[in-house]
Ligand binder design. Structure first.
Ligand code: SF4
Length: 210
């Protein structure tokens, strides 16, 4: 492959024949042309566990297609996998939502554990931030603590962890350190009511801020 070919880059392929007609002509940067071996190798990585997870996800997609909100989908996904213990890693700014979600999941029969991002109450300076990096310099400001969130949920043996509004980047650490697989209920976007795509859909309003 030429160094100048930027692939994979599916976002720049409009027709997307991989969806329903994989034999149709594809763009030169298509990974189905340039990375055939890697695609085959990836297929061999669907071991029994990955197949089980994939099947559960696909059945949820089919059964609740355009009907079930994501909160219900998470319940059905966990049920199909036979899970009992769920974790919720939430942002303190979504505390009310977290309480609702935990009660909802409990009402569906799960044992639910939850950890707030500020758990530990550790000042931001302990993780290398300077006083002037705080939102309000000169006062105690607890760091978001995604590694603590992950380790606490690891310690009680949750089988699936649900992210509820962690900051961008803090969620990266949570996902990295969580032993259980992770799914999202909501991403944090303080400006759009936690709907990041609003910045695209209402581009006229958001363009100057993007
Ligand atoms: S056809 Fe190829 S380049 Fe286009 S979206 Fe599918 S995999 Fe990506």
């Amino acid at each position: 492959m030429s160094e100048s070919v930027n692939s994979p880059n599916c976002a720049k392929c409009k027709p997307k024949p991989c969806y329903k007609n994989p034999e149709a002509p594809k763009p030169s940067f298509c990974p189905m042309v340039l990375y055939r071996e890697l695609i085959e190798l990836s297929m061999s990585m669907y071991n029994d566990e990955a197949r089980r997870v994939h099947r559960a996800a696909s059945l949820v997609e089919k059964e609740g297609y355009c009907v079930w909100p994501r909160l219900r989908e998470i319940v059905e996904f966990a049920r199909k996998l036979g899970l009992e213990k769920l974790g919720v890693a939430f942002c303190i700014g979504l505390s009310s939502e977290a309480e609702y979600v935990v009660r909802y999941l409990e009402s569906k029969g799960f044992k639910v554990y939850s950890v707030c991002c500020k758990c530990g109450g550790v000042d931001k300076t302990r993780v290398g931030l300077r006083e002037e990096d705080k939102l309000s310099p000169g006062s105690h400001e607890s760091m978001c603590n995604p590694i603590v969130q992950a380790e606490l949920l690891n310690s009680v043996g949750t089988e699936l962890n649900v992210v509820l509004g962690l900051c961008v980047g803090h969620d990266t650490l949570f996902i990295k350190y969580s032993k259980a697989p992770v799914t999202y209920l909501a991403v944090k976007d303080r400006v759009t009511g936690h709907n990041p795509l609003a910045a695209i859909y209402a581009n006229n309003y958001f363009k100057p801020r993007l």
